[in-house]
Design a binder for this molecule. Structure first.
Ligand code: ZN
Length: 454
């Protein structure tokens, strides 16, 4: 996100936003699809690997992760089971390759899939040690491999707790939440297998989950639905912040599932994206209208129309002294306007992520202006998180609208916002407020609205 204090540093990461097609799996538990991926910088790449993972092959990391997840559940399970002891998977682990396939699971034909899965029939966990796990480790670091294994083990825990009679999307998010509970244990320093996890590695793991999301437009009730990235990251963070008991209580009807199908054939044909210029102008108008209602609620004072000055080439002058001048996007306090690079930054966000990445940019700029205008910091950690929450409050209103009431969200738009936050707020940058925390704060605003942003 645009940060007046560090404009150059903040936007360097954007040049590394790339579209990658890793793999597309046909079925099974873990699927990897095309999506925006903030590429790990050289810094994040090296700092993101915990020292205890150094030199381990991806398959060794996966095995160590599965064992570590068992260590975690041995301690955590009795609290969920009236004291019954945890029983590890009876069928063991099965890393497989194209030429060395996993055992058959029930009556499912055994064929090579770039997947990881839990098989209830044989009570075993299997993973593709040839393609999926090495790619995840190489691109996102070993913690994502751990999270994938913890997710699969979460399905084994569901079987043990007899939680299986729920819609797939609930089961998948519960498994993500269980993986988050394990991640919290790792972050607390209890894991001999994963040590020294940095905020940058957490952010890389979230970036990996973006790749493991459902294809936008998947209805949440579809049999194969795992959840969009927004919901899956929420589930993971739920587990990190609230623990396994919260996950075990997940039920259909109590989960805020935001995954929605496309509403029209045209929407589906263009992937839910407006043309770029139209996206910029209608998003800016919509933000202006939103803040003319929201700012008086927040402060009791009226909202003055905020000038939006997109630039190409050289940014508009921001009267000195203002550290924001010269960045790719910023709110100029002294001139009381927002501006962004309409030649590179905006089109890059649009092309590499989608129209609501531009929405996230404008949402951040307007929120930053609102926060500054009411005399609060936008550069401290808590100021930054409030800006993210305020940006989310705009999204909250968009989600409540009926068709025809101004801009509404398309499938994938929330994921685009998350991808944009990842691109803007990697923890490798200097404020120390990583994307993991910023996404959580943005989500507070999205799910609970303006009142949740203090
Ligand atoms: Zn799953």
């Amino acid at each position: 996100m645009p940060n007046p204090q560090q404009p150059e540093t903040r936007y360097r990461a954007l040049t590394a936003v790339v579209l990658t097609l890793l793999l597309t799996a046909v079925s099974g538990c873990v699927t990897v699809r095309e999506s925006a991926r903030p590429e790990a910088s050289a810094d994040a790449g090296t700092s993101s690997r915990p020292s205890s993972a150094a030199g381990r092959t991806p398959n060794e990391v996966a095995t160590a992760a599965a064992q570590d997840v068992e260590r975690f559940w041995t301690g955590a399970y009795p609290a969920l089971s009236d004291g019954a002891a945890f029983v590890p998977v009876r069928g063991g682990y099965h890393p497989y390759t194209r030429t060395s396939l996993p055992p058959a699971c029930g009556d499912q034909r055994t064929a090579y899939q770039p997947n990881a899965f839990y098989c209830p029939d044989g009570d075993f966990i299997a993973w593709d040690a040839q393609t999926l796990i090495p790619q995840l480790q190489q691109q996102f670091g070993p913690l994502l491999v751990g999270v994938v294994l913890a997710h699969e083990y979460g399905h084994a825990v569901q079987t043990r707790l007899a939680l299986g009679d729920q819609p797939t999307v609930v089961l998948e998010q519960q498994a993500d939440c269980f993986a988050g509970a394990w991640t919290a244990d790792v972050l607390a320093g209890h894991s001999p297998a994963f040590r020294g996890v940095t905020p940058a590695q957490l952010d890389n793991t979230v970036a990996g989950l973006l790749q493991l999301r459902d294809q936008p437009g998947t209805p949440a009730q579809a049999p194969e639905a795992h959840g969009n990235a927004f919901d899956r990251i929420r589930a993971l963070q739920d587990g990190v912040q609230k623990g396994a008991a919260t996950c075990a209580a997940y039920r259909a009807g109590t989960l805020p599932v935001t995954e929605v199908p496309f509403t029209s054939r045209q929407d589906a044909a263009n992937g839910g994206d407006l043309p770029y210029a139209e996206a910029v102008s209608s998003l800016a108008d919509d933000a202006q209208e939103y803040w003319s209602r929201a700012y008086p609620q927040l402060t009791g004072a009226p909202w003055r129309d905020l000038r939006v000055e997109p630039f190409t080439g050289t940014p508009p002058a921001c009267p000195a002294p203002d550290p924001a001048a010269g960045g790719s996007a910023f709110y100029c306090t002294s001139g009381d306007f927002v501006t962004f690079d309409n030649g590179r930054l905006g089109p890059q966000l649009y092309r590499n992520i989608g129209d609501n990445a531009v929405g996230m940019l404008l949402g951040d700029l307007f929120a930053r202006a609102a926060q500054d205008r009411r005399g609060q910091s936008t550069s401290t950690r808590s100021g930054q998180l409030t800006v993210d929450c305020l940006a989310g409050s705009w999204t909250h209103e968009q989600l409540q609208r009926q068709p025809g009431q101004g801009l509404t969200l398309s499938p994938g738009d929330l994921d685009e916002a998350v991808a944009a936050l990842l691109a803007f707020g990697r923890a490798s940058e200097q404020t120390g407020t990583g994307a993991f925390d910023r996404i959580a704060s943005y989500r507070d605003g999205v799910l609970r609205g303006l009142d949740s942003c203090s």
